[in-house]
Ligand binder design. Structure first.
Ligand code: MRU
Length: 356
């Protein structure tokens, strides 16, 4: 998608280094960063220079290719794979991508290893781009249906950033929105700010602005009253891990939005590529929920009058804060799962029909 009119993907390999858009600087500064080693890749994932489930999967894949570029030592590659998987525990895409890379590299001669690793990492990214585009084509039908009934702007609420910046391109939740906009359907997006890191305000609103899609940032607690007022036609969110029973783990606050949607008969859709499905964990209580540094809550970042990024404390110094990054929305509150293969019920039967 576009930044200042120029097409980008979120990650690419060029001149023996991986290049990423440093998302910690957005929306104030657009910086491309070079990732030269697997350690750099782990650091970029941990510090959220790259984030969003599909993109951290793609970064982990390239990270492992960089490990191979550093040395062919199988012990180093194994250790790197483990560290990559541990760098952010909730999004399943990370483990999925690393497992896929290891499977591909197992039994390969050392002189071919790097080429195969780089090709597989690219393949993982290309596939994600295609899957996200298909999610858009499938999700478009839902937006079209609402528009055909309403004959007026379709108002869509989204949470966090499940946009192209969270994937390789297109996004998951935003992909149907981009397709609708391309088709000339008038859409307006309510963007949850998404405290504490403000991915909605900083990233979703930014990328929608770049594509000239009308959007309005709201505080995370505003969605409920807008639904009561009939100002939200549907919600679309992304997910970091969806269980085979249809339970959806996503950015903290998603669950409360789903409850409000349920109470107000607002359809609540979740968009995901199949790499986000966890077929193993059966009980949502077993999903590892990331707890991040409380500084993400107690401090906020913005630009000062000299356009410099500054971080300031907003709490009493002595106050304790707790920062769980994800929650789980039970399948019963999910209207449907928009995947690359079609829209499924949020249930084992629904997902199995499409994927197994
Ligand atoms: O902590 P983040 O910014 O990585 O969280 C991102 C989300 O929760 C997204 O909704 C999810 O990864 C889906 S991305 C297409």
């Amino acid at each position: 998608m576009r930044i200042e009119g120029k097409e980008y993907r979120t990650i690419w390999f060029e001149n023996n280094v991986v290049k990423i858009i440093d998302q910690t600087k957005l929306p104030h500064q657009f910086k491309i960063k070079e990732i030269k080693t697997v350690k750099d890749a782990i650091n970029a994932i941990k510090t959220m220079e790259v984030r969003g489930a599909p993109l951290i999967g793609g970064t982990a894949a390239y990270g492992l290719a960089l490990a191979v570029q550093e040395t062919n030592d199988p012990e180093f590659i194994k250790k790197s794979a483990k560290e990559l998987i541990q760098s952010r525990p909730t999004a399943i895409n990370l483990k999925w991508a690393v497992d896929r890379m290891i499977k591909k590299l197992t039994g390969i001669n050392s002189d071919q290893l790097l080429n195969i690793a780089l090709n597989e990492a690219k393949e993982i990214c290309d596939e994600d781009e295609k899957f996200c585009e298909n999610i858009g084509i499938n999700g478009l039908k839902i937006i079209e249906e609402i528009y055909n009934k309403k004959k007026d702007t379709v108002n869509i609420l989204t949470h966090c950033n499940a946009g192209w910046l969270a994937t390789i391109n297109w996004g998951t939740a935003t992909s149907p929105i981009y397709q609708a906009h391309k088709k000339g359907i008038p859409v307006h997006v309510w963007v949850d700010e998404t405290r504490p890191r403000n991915q909605g305000a900083n990233l979703t609103s930014y990328e929608l602005n770049e594509e000239e899609i009308p959007n309005t940032i709201i505080a995370d607690n505003t969605g409920g009253i807008l639904m009561q007022r009939g100002e939200i036609d549907m919600c679309i969110v992304g997910t970091d891990r969806t269980l085979s029973n249809g339970d959806v783990c996503n950015k903290i606050g998603t669950y409360l939005k789903a409850l409000a949607a349920h109470d107000n008969n607002v359809p609540f859709y979740v968009a995901l590529p199949s790499s986000t499905i966890d077929w193993d964990i059966k009980d949502a209580k077993d999903i590892p929920i990331e707890e991040r540094n409380s500084e993400e809550l107690s401090h906020v970042e913005g630009i000062d009058e000299n356009n410099e990024i500054k971080k300031v404390l907003i709490y009493p110094l002595k106050s304790k804060a707790m920062n769980l990054a994800f929650d789980v929305t039970p399948a019963k509150y999910v209207t449907g799962l928009i995947t690359e293969r079609g829209i499924s019920e949020a249930s084992f039967d629904g997902l199995s029909k499409l994927f197994k």
